[in-house]
Write a protein of this length. Structure first.
Length: 399
């Protein structure tokens, strides 16, 4: 079981003074605007000092075990932002994890990870941080609409588009893993898809640093839902049970690495492709955890009754390795996983069944045509001539 003083960077011994300070933050001060209001009177500007609350709450965006997220208007910069804050009277463990979430996300500067703008303590003494307000809908919502047969959503999120969405998610995880962090709570509800196809991985509240960051080339290193038993848990088992890896379900938090995120990523990808969760029908916690440890998803089957809908065989074979129960048998890294997916996108899928054999041959023929178009045209003309000659010969025989 994770100790209450266990932060994302490892087990930490908290002094009594620190505990007291963290648990007795009460007299927070409301943030005021600092930029003046500029008004024009004729050709000359008039600068008037402006003193009002900087963040005006507009509504609740979501809530969970780690706090709530509200939509707010930033009156200094004049933009809408998402403000995440702790619930009132929370325990020390939750405070420390919230602080680590802020510092984790603040270190992950990547286009597919939501950025942190500011931090503070509100008038009720609750810590908060300010993030970019993301527009769009969660992958969870998109999967639900696809499952319901929404024609417009099916037209927008074709199979190639879904694959590209997961490429963006992989890019975020590759970056985070190189910085030494694993997510530990990857699921469709934590992936936002914007109106222009932008993809953002959110909610790094359970992220954990497992190593020091790697040096990257070119970088200088220095709406609310009811809470259910199957949502994010804080305790011995960290994460969301339906999207956990087997080792997470066993509570092996101290030994988790990137391969745990790879399993969760495979679960999400499988659900996006097949529009069904591989543990559908399991409702109680014990049944779900047992399924995570033992159940293997059924692949290579048609989905959506009443529709001609088949997941490409090469993608199911791709998922099969990510779903393996033993971490050592999965992809070694998300980078390796992404490289394999890129080969599939290029038509270089591995031959693992009749369908993948045909697709591989078609892919090779397509590349050969691009590289040697003249030779391919001559060859096609020759084959066509032979075929036509055979037809004429057969016709003359029956005359």
């Amino acid at each position: 079981m994770a100790a209450m003083g266990d932060t994302l960077s490892g087990e930490t011994h908290i002094s009594e003074a620190t505990k007291s300070q963290a648990l007795t933050v009460t007299g927070g001060v409301a943030r005021n605007t600092v930029l003046p209001r500029v008004e024009w009177e004729g050709p000359d500007p008039k600068v008037n000092p402006s003193q009002r609350h900087r963040f005006e709450e507009l509504g609740l965006l979501g809530e969970g075990g780690m706090g709530e997220v509200v939509l707010a208007q930033d009156h200094d910069i004049e933009r809408q932002v998402a403000l995440k804050r702790l619930p009132e009277n929370c325990d020390l463990g939750r405070v420390l994890r919230f602080v680590e979430e802020i510092r984790t996300v603040g270190q992950l500067e990547h286009p597919n990870i939501v950025p942190v703008h500011d931090v503070g303590v509100d008038a009720s003494g609750r810590y908060y941080f300010v993030m970019k307000h993301l527009h769009g809908e969660t992958l969870e919502s998109i999967i639900g609409r696809l499952r319901d047969g929404d024609e417009a959503v099916h037209a927008r999120f074709t199979m190639p588009v879904r694959v590209q969405l997961m490429v963006s998610v992989m890019n975020a995880l590759i970056y985070a893993h190189k910085q030494g962090f694993i997510h530990r709570d990857l699921k469709p509800a934590n992936i936002m898809v914007g109106p222009y196809g932008e993809v953002t991985v959110m909610d790094w509240g359970l992220a954990k640093r497992i190593r020091s960051p790697e040096r990257i080339t070119g970088e200088v290193t220095s709406g609310p839902r009811d809470r259910t038993p199957l949502q994010t848990q804080v305790g011995a088992i960290m994460g969301t049970p339906l999207y956990m890896s087997p080792e997470q379900a066993r509570g092996e938090n101290d030994t988790l690495d990137e391969r745990s995120d790879i399993y969760a990523l495979s679960v999400v990808f499988h659900e996006l492709l097949h529009l069904d969760h591989y543990l559908r029908g399991r409702e109680d916690m014990q049944s779900v955890l047992e399924g995570v440890k033992k159940v293997t998803p059924v692949l290579h089957v048609a989905t959506l009754k009443g529709r001609k809908y088949q997941v490409p065989a090469e993608l199911d074979w791709f998922l099969e390795r990510g779903f393996r129960k033993e971490p050592a048998e999965r992809y070694a890294s998300v980078a390796e996983m992404a490289e394999e997916l890129q080969r599939i996108i290029r038509g270089e899928c591995r031959v693992q069944c009749q369908r993948t054999f045909v697709k591989r041959m078609l892919g090779e023929a397509s590349r050969f045509t691009d590289e040697r178009p003249t030779l391919m045209i001559i060859g096609a003309a020759a084959v066509g001539s032979l075929f036509l000659a055979a037809i004429v010969k057969s016709f003359l025989v029956f005359m």
